[in-house]
Design a protein around this ligand. Structure first.
Ligand SMILES: Nc1ncnc2c1ncn2[C@@H]1O[C@H](COP(=O)(O)OP(=O)(O)OP(=O)(O)O)[C@@H](O)[C@H]1O
Length: 233
């Protein structure tokens, strides 16, 4: 893995009303790296992805991608730059087929380095089916394929594991590891720490909009502040 920075997040703040959902978040993600973003409910993980993907504009702070300032750009511009994301609850075009759901993205974006995204996620055999008829696990894979179809160099993954069976989980973990070996960096928001552990050792732990730990998972599990926010001790 190269240590070249891909995404530099500096002192990111996002408020809703007076509430600071992100309260000065700073971290760097390197090219080809998988980093976990973990923390209790409401700690700001999805908001972080929402700001990086352009869904929300930050109140302050900076986002640099490949050395260029990108904070505040719209999602389609972020996708064009090479940043795409999955959603906690995927919302495919239910009346379109699986293949059409991908074409919608391909029509507006560039080609992918990973080949056919449906093939990659294992949905080629249901390409002709309506997206609304897929299981929730398959819809998550379709969402991943949709994000991959834009040819991202940074993929923000929001709770992909929830609702997947243990064998689907292993399969997805393997696919995400493959993406990293092909140079796609991943920021993985996840509650399931076993899944994070399969992907990476490096995690950021958030609580109340702030990072409270950065390092490997084993050390996180022994960190006093981390233990306190997870177990309320
Ligand atoms: N659009 C919004 N409007 C108002 N408050 C919001 C909005 N989005 C997030 N929040 C608030 O910001 C805080 C952080 O939410 P966020 O979804 O980022 O947390 P999270 O760590 O992803 O939680 P979870 O693990 O439950 O998904 C929460 O208190 C949430 O209610």
């Amino acid at each position: 893995m190269s240590r070249e920075p891909l995404l530099e997040v500096t002192n990111l703040v996002k408020t809703f009303g007076g509430f600071r959902a992100l309260d000065g978040v700073t971290f760097t993600l390197h090219k080809g790296e998988i980093m976990g973003l973990v923390g209790p409910n409401g700690s700001g993980k999805t908001t972080c992805i929402n700001v990086i993907s352009g869904l929300y504009k930050p109140d302050s702070g900076n986002l640099r991608f490949l050395g260029k300032t990108i904070a505040g750009q719209a999602p389609h511009k972020m996708a064009r730059l090479g940043i795409n994301r999955t959603f906690q609850v995927p919302k495919p075009f239910r009346e379109l087929t699986v293949a059409e759901n991908i074409l919608v993205v391909h029509a507006t974006n560039k080609h992918t380095e990973i080949g056919d995204p449906l093939e990659f996620v294992g949905l080629k055999n249901v390409a002709h089916r309506k997206a609304g008829s897929l299981t929730s696990g398959q819809q998550k894979l379709l969402d991943l394929a949709r994000a991959l179809a834009s040819g991202p160099s940074l993929l923000l993954i929001d709770e992909l594991a929830a609702g997947l069976s243990p064998s689907e989980l292993d399969d997805v973990a393997e696919k995400l590891l493959t993406l990293a070996t092909r140079g796609i960096s991943l920021l993985v928001v996840e509650h399931l720490l076993g899944f994070v552990n399969q992907l990476t050792q490096r995690v950021i732990v958030m609580n109340a909009g702030k990072e409270i730990f950065e390092g490997d998972l084993a050390s996180a599990a022994k960190d006093e502040r981390v233990v306190e926010v997870y177990l309320g001790r």
